[in-house]
Design a protein around this ligand. Structure first.
Ligand SMILES: C[S@@+](CC[C@H](N)C(=O)[O-])C[C@H]1O[C@@H](n2cnc3c(N)ncnc32)[C@H](O)[C@@H]1O
Length: 344
């Protein structure tokens, strides 16, 4: 049996070669909206295919594979959703994760160029986007869908002063923003992202609050800043906390050092920065998801990487931070790093 990231035997070594088939089965199920036609009551293949009109034999084979992966349940001739998974698979659900699968699916093309990158180290400039707005929305929806795994858990771990102001850098789809504001009734969030992203951030923020009875009071406590992080004039001693989530990995050490120096400046005395991301152990050997993402960043960015704890600590200390703590978050390979501005 294959154990991902554990000591393998010959049989497992064989299986590693076929793992892409599993991803492909999931991409297909999401792309063809198959999960939307399965329900919490038992359905036969014919019932599932009633509106889809796909090739019955091929659909049946795919459904059986998904059932053997325990993504859906098969009972004789019948299929149904598992209660605990349905909300993540059906496209009308607020917890739908299909958008992050769509991004992984897009990423496949780039991953197929890994051999060229390893041979030559040459990174080709991405072609100018034909529809940048649509691409930004596609990416931010994928980030929102990724955050179904992360945001609520992480925000619960962060205890903020009341009242206080938090600056959220590279806010993207505002998944964390919404949780911060809901959990802390006296909190104001300043949410920064690129001028091209902020309109999408605002749209997804409003969408997240559509069913929320407190939407008006929550919205009043959110301020959006449309700026490149490297051009933003961080006001000195302005906020009690800064959240920097899933963005550290985009930039090199010099760029991140600039960001950490600016975060130090903008925090009030006693204020804290929270960095949430993939991290590597100091030997560079684990966890597996960080090593995968380290390669992913090599493919997709000029200088992006997954940092080790030691590297991040070094940058934070250089910026003036102390009392640095790391907290692994449950169920994910991400880590939350916290550091305090106690004075240089
Ligand atoms: C990987 S996403 C993470 C988004 C969000 N923090 C989350 O976890 O869902 C990185 C974010 O950084 C933003 N970003 C990239 N370059 C930036 C820059 N130079 N200045 C400000 N934001 C930037 C992107 O627009 C994107 O929203």
């Amino acid at each position: 049996m294959l154990k991902i990231g554990r000591k393998q035997n010959l049989d497992a070594l064989h299986q590693l070669g076929g793992l892409h088939c599993i991803s492909q089965a999931m991409f297909t199920a999401f792309t063809l909206k198959i999960f939307d036609h399965i329900s919490d009551r038992q359905k036969t293949l014919q019932e599932i295919n009633q509106q889809l009109h796909y090739h019955a034999e091929s659909l049946d084979r795919l459904l059986a594979l998904l059932a053997s992966l325990k993504v859906i349940k098969k009972n004789g001739r019948f299929y149904k959703h598992y209660k605990h998974l349905q909300q993540y698979l059906v496209s009308t659900s607020p917890n739908y994760i299909g958008d992050i699968y769509a991004l992984y699916d897009e990423g496949r093309k780039k991953w197929s160029t890994l051999s060229d990158l390893v041979k030559t180290g040459i990174k080709e400039e991405p072609l100018p986007s034909k529809n940048p707005e649509k691409e930004t929305e596609f990416f931010q929806k994928a980030m929102r869908s990724k955050n179904v795994f992360f945001a609520a858990n992480v925000v619960k771990k962060i205890v903020l002063e009341s009242p206080s102001t938090l600056l959220e850098l590279c806010v993207g789809p505002t998944s964390y923003t919404v949780h911060f504001l809901k959990n802390n009734p006296d909190l104001t969030v300043k949410a920064l992202d690129l001028p091209t992203t902020i309109p999408i951030s605002k749209k997804l923020f409003d969408e997240a609050l559509r069913e929320e009875p407190e939407a008006e009071s929550i919205t009043k406590r959110a301020q959006f800043i449309a700026s490149n992080i490297f051009e933003y004039d961080f006001p000195p001693s302005d906020v009690e906390a800064v959240f920097y989530g899933d963005a550290l990995h985009i930039w090199d050490t010099e760029e991140n050092q600039k960001i950490f120096n600016n975060i130090f400046t903008t925090l009030k005395q006693g204020g804290k920065v929270y960095i949430y991301d993939f991290f590597m152990n100091d030997k560079g050997t684990a966890p597996l998801s960080s090593l995968l993402f380290h390669n992913h960043m090599n493919l997709f960015t000029n200088n992006g990487k997954v940092y080790s704890f030691k590297e991040v600590k070094k940058m934070l200390v250089k910026a003036g931070f102390s009392a640095i703590k790391c907290q692994r978050t449950e169920k994910t390979d991400h880590t939350l790093i916290e550091a305090c501005k106690k004075g240089k």
